[in-house]
Design a protein around this ligand. Structure first.
Ligand SMILES: [Zn+2]
Ligand SMILES: [Zn+2]
Length: 347
């Protein structure tokens, strides 16, 4: 077992990140200690930086996307050894509550979330070790492996959408999650249109093989602009919202064709209200669905897709920083100048 001190980041409040020297976490039975190789920045980290964690009292261990090497295994751990390279998801359901029993694992009443990935070592709880940790082979880089959590969320969202070959799929928002959705929709055989305000993100969307991009800068009626890209302006078969802005939730509903499907993915500020024209819902027979987080089945699928090279960390992560520069990495992510950044750790 590793003993000693390490550097780790804590979020003390709104825009207050501190890098502290702390004890390397001690692990219990069934748990694993990871020597971190890379942590990637996430829109959720940006939200927590700007708004705090609404449900928890600060300070908090910060960050949740990472991959590394096992430096110690607790008693009873099966299938993993010291020295293994692993990808680790940030959560695991209990499998015992009534939601889990109904197969709604992302709604688990007793879900375990692991925080604190911006640290030189990360403790992985037993339930995540058993359900959502994976051995890596050389086909997956550390950077790519660090995308497991967000990618698993996009996989869950796409699997919740009835995409058919040749469908027009509009993805609103070309941040990391929107781009993952777009890439998966392309691979599902859809004609994919991506909208955003930032050209650098739309350029990456094109690199990922989408069929059309639309820069919404200066466009007032975004729903009309998107509909005009579809046959007779009938609207898209599927619209996916990946910005977390309530205005975009509202316009997404207006972009879909009669009988179409809208997936609202991006978490909005609490208190946000979606306004839907009831007549539209009735006469146009549209379906509106929300999704939250992911499930072990989709984490496993995401891992397989990462091994297949469906997305790569090299496309999604632009700049690397050392842990003391975390705030800079987060602020740059927030600015939209990059899709994601990475914190990398020395030997
Ligand atoms: Zn994330
Ligand atoms: Zn549960």
């Amino acid at each position: 077992m590793e003993e000693g001190r390490m550097l780790s980041a804590m979020l003390y409040g709104v825009e207050d990140i501190r890098i502290l020297e702390t004890d390397i976490p001690r692990i219990g039975s069934g748990e694993v200690l990871i020597k971190n190789k890379i942590s990637s920045t996430c829109g959720t980290d940006v939200k927590n930086f700007k708004r705090g964690y609404p449900l928890l009292k600060p300070p908090h261990p910060y960050g949740h996307e990472f991959s590394g090497i096992i430096s110690a295994v607790g008693k009873g751990v099966k299938g993993f050894r010291e020295g293994d390279r692993v990808a680790v998801h940030n959560s695991a359901p209990c499998n015992c509550c009534s939601f889990c029993k109904k197969g709604l694992h992302s709604m688990c009443s007793d879900i375990t979330f692991n925080r604190g990935s911006y640290a030189e070592y990360v403790r992985v709880p037993e339930t995540i070790v058993r359900q959502n940790m994976f051995l890596l082979d050389d086909s997956v880089s550390d950077k790519t492996a660090s995308l497991l959590e967000p990618f698993a969320c996009a996989v869950y969202g796409i699997e919740s959408s009835p995409i058919r070959l040749g469908d027009i799929v509009v993805v609103n928002g070309a941040g990391p999650i929107g781009l993952m959705f777009a890439r998966l929709a392309v691979r599902k055989g859809a004609k994919v249109i991506v909208t955003d305000l930032l050209q650098n993100r739309l350029d990456l969307a094109e690199k990922l093989g989408v069929h059309q991009t639309l820069n919404l800068t200066g466009i007032d009626d975004t729903a009309k602009a998107v509909r005009s890209l579809t046959e007779d302006s009938l609207g898209a078969d599927i619209v996916i919202e990946a910005t977390g802005l309530i205005d975009v939730w509202n316009t997404s509903v207006q972009m879909v064709r009669k009988g179409g499907f809208v997936l609202l993915f991006g978490g909005t500020k609490s208190g946000s209200v979606l306004e839907v024209d009831a007549t539209l819902l009735h006469y146009s027979q549209i379906t509106i669905k929300g999704v939250f987080h992911t499930t072990p089945r989709h984490v496993m699928t995401a891992m397989e897709l990462l091994k297949m090279g469906i997305i790569s960390g090299e496309d999604f992560i632009q700049n690397e920083y050392a842990l003391p520069d975390l705030e800079k990495a987060i602020r740059e992510h927030a600015s939209g100048a990059v899709i994601k950044n990475a914190i990398v750790y020395g030997e």
